[in-house]
Design a protein around this ligand. Structure first.
Ligand SMILES: [Zn+2]
Length: 257
């Protein structure tokens, strides 16, 4: 926010954007939404989210209402919505949405949207943290009843929303796919050297998984898990956490030789 130098004019900085083809509406007590007031063609960027970049620990200190107006953009980076609600804050979740993510902070129409239709996207497209899990009553035929942090793992959603996940979620999907590329031989090598040099054994296996032959331990760990607690255990070389990672890599290897 910035304030003009004279007392007669005030510059209001809006952090979020909503297309002029839609207007926000209030639906107390269930919150707010946005509705098309003109036909919105597929491919139109309908909203962008700004905000203050926060880590999980800072983010947790804000009230639930403000946290609900936020979007996760990386493992430990969340754009916290502005102090007061703006028009661009009012795009609700739906399990059968008409919008998706164009990038980390932009919502795009996935299909033509008719006048009067509410603009919606699926939170599974952008968020993988448990700060915004809820029982869903979107009322669509595809409603999954509960929206949770792990929904991006569902094959049905991955197929339905292909090309409409945020880069952060897409990176997680790609990382899982890469993990299955570990061959039986890779796993045998990892197991053989784990007792003597656990971190080296895991690092080598993960470098193969992700196709990143020079990646640091820190980079690899952020691809393995998005849970801050797990990340800190692995970075501090906690024995149980390392053993669990070994087990996961052993179990999720692909069928290749
Ligand atoms: Zn639903």
């Amino acid at each position: 926010m910035s304030r003009a130098s004279t007392s007669f004019s005030l510059v209001i900085t809006v952090q979020n954007f909503l297309t002029p083809l839609a207007v926000p509406f209030g639906t107390p007590p269930h919150g707010f939404g946005s509705r098309a007031i003109a036909v919105i063609p597929a491919g139109t960027s309908v909203a962008t989210f700004g905000g203050t970049a926060t880590t999980h620990s800072t983010f947790a200190q804000y009230d639930a209402e403000r946290r609900s107006r936020s979007i996760q953009v990386d493992t430990n980076l969340i754009f916290l919505g502005p102090p007061t609600r703006e028009p661009g804050d009012s795009i609700n979740h739906s399990c059968e949405p008409n919008c998706g993510m164009r990038n980390a902070t932009t919502i795009v129409a996935m299909r033509d949207i008719a006048i009067g239709e509410e603009l919606t996207f699926d939170y599974a497209m952008s968020d993988a943290s448990n700060y915004d899990e809820f029982d869903c009553n979107c009322g669509t035929a595809m409603c999954r009843g509960r929206v949770s942090a792990d929904d991006w793992r569902l094959d049905t959603l991955r197929n339905r929303y292909k090309g409409f996940f945020s880069p952060y979620i897409q990176r997680k999907i790609d990382a899982e796919r890469h993990r299955s590329l570990l061959t039986k031989r890779d796993v045998e090598e990892m197991l053989a050297s784990y007792d003597r040099q656990p971190v080296l054994a895991l690092r080598n296996a993960l470098r193969k998984c992700f196709g990143m032959p020079h990646a640091t331990w820190e980079t690899l760990i952020e691809l393995v898990t998005q849970q801050p607690h797990e990340i800190s255990l692995l970075l501090s070389l906690n024995t149980n956490a390392l053993d669990n990672l070994l087990k996961t890599l052993n179990e999720t290897r692909g069928a290749g030789l």
